[in-house]
Ligand binder design. Structure first.
Ligand SMILES: Nc1ncnc2c1ncn2[C@@H]1O[C@H](COP(=O)(O)OP(=O)(O)OP(=O)(O)O)[C@@H](O)[C@H]1O
Length: 354
């Protein structure tokens, strides 16, 4: 039993193919406008794609291949949606809100209430059962919304940044609750937070410009990112270019580096990326220091505190960073606008095909 999707929305430049296993939680991350909400809306049946097919546990959600045109209505898809705002029915109390799902799928009034009470207990909201949504805090309302989504017994739970509208005290509580309820359940969660991806998901999918640019187990993607977005999440420098015999040619820049996870030699001449941590970059006033191979001139754009280090940003849009000690920054009298040399240890530069 699986979830399988292929869908294109031409006007939005969206073209995605995705599978999610029965007990798998997938985090979807990407820049603003990448297509994350489009993905969930297509799955939930709120947006009609131009082409594609989707299937959940043997049920066709849509099949838009020429001559077919199958379309299942949103409430018959076996999916449940948890949005940033809890979206509870304002005129129903908490218990009736949670009982709504089982009731509309045919359960008797009694059975629907029994099931709602079980889910409310599960999200530690039993004592809220008689309240109206207007009498709940943001965190309480979102807990009730989780219970309501689960009470419908969805084959796929869709979560659109469920922590985004909560304050900093309520968010950790809901994250812990989601960790518990998502275990062993199939879900797709949109998030901007690396912590959510690490804690809640088995796998992360990076969406950029309507396409999946990278996917894999969250830890692996963060350790060895191949997309600019994932490198940014992991706090790593990222340079795209062309693979050479010893590393990467990125514009006028030759970088020496190593590949970690390829069986053979680097595929010379192919597009690739170099990724390295800011801590592996040293800053010098002249080229004479360090290995000349990975030394290149840059213009400082910004200096900012970063933990107990100073982060030196350089390059046209500050896309390269070095972390150095405050003492070193003071010795070098660094300031924005200065021309300096970034020197990178070749051993710390990971090259991958892109
Ligand atoms: N209602 C709409 N009509 C037309 N185009 C839209 C509509 N909503 C979004 N788009 C476009 O579709 C693309 C994907 O948008 P989408 O909202 O899916 O991105 P997102 O990754 O969810 O972004 P964010 O992180 O800002 O919520 C963008 O180019 C956006 O401008």
């Amino acid at each position: 039993m699986t979830f399988r999707l292929e869908a294109a929305v031409v006007q939005r430049g969206f073209d995605v193919s995705l599978q999610v296993g029965p007990a798998e939680t997938v985090a979807v991350m990407g820049p603003n406008g990448a297509g994350k909400s489009t993905l969930l809306n297509v799955i939930a049946g709120l947006l009609h794609p131009d082409s594609g097919t989707a299937e959940l546990d043997g049920r066709t959600l849509f099949d838009l291949a020429a001559g077919r045109g199958t379309w299942t209505a949103p409430h018959r898809r076996g999916t449940a949606f948890l949005a940033q705002e809890p979206l509870l029915f304002p005129h129903l109390n908490v218990l009736d809100n949670v009982a709504f799902g089982p009731r509309s799928s045919g359960a008797s009034k009694h059975a629907a209430k029994e099931s709602a009470l079980r889910w409310l207990a599960d999200v530690e909201a039993t004592d809220l059962q008689s309240r109206r949504p207007a009498e709940l805090s943001g965190g309480q309302a979102q807990r009730v919304a989780v219970a309501r989504a689960l009470a419908a017994d969805p084959g796929l739970l869709l979560l659109d940044e469920p922590m985004a509208a909560l304050d900093i005290h309520a968010a950790p509580l809901l994250r812990r609750l989601l960790k518990r309820v998502l275990a062993g359940r199939r879900a797709i969660i949109i998030t901007h937070d690396v912590l959510d991806a690490l804690m809640l998901a088995d796998r992360v999918v990076i969406l950029e410009n309507g396409r999946i640019s990278e996917e894999g187990p969250t830890r692996e993607v963060l350790q060895r990112p191949r997309s600019r977005f994932a490198a940014g999440l992991a706090g790593l420098n990222f340079l795209p270019g062309q693979i050479t015999e010893h590393g990467l040619q990125a514009g006028g820049l030759s970088l020496y580096g190593q590949h970690h996870d390829l069986p053979g030699p680097l595929p010379t001449g192919q597009p690739g990326v170099a990724v390295f941590p800011p801590s592996a970059v040293s800053v010098f006033l002249s080229e004479a220091h360090g290995s000349p191979r990975n030394a290149f001139p840059v213009t400082i754009t910004d200096l900012e505190p970063h933990g107990d280090q100073i982060r030196v940003r350089a390059g046209e849009s500050g896309q390269l960073s070095a972390d150095i000690t405050p003492a070193a920054a003071a010795d070098l009298v660094l300031a924005p606008g200065m021309r300096v040399y970034f020197v990178i240890k070749a051993g710390a530069v990971a090259i991958s095909p892109s």
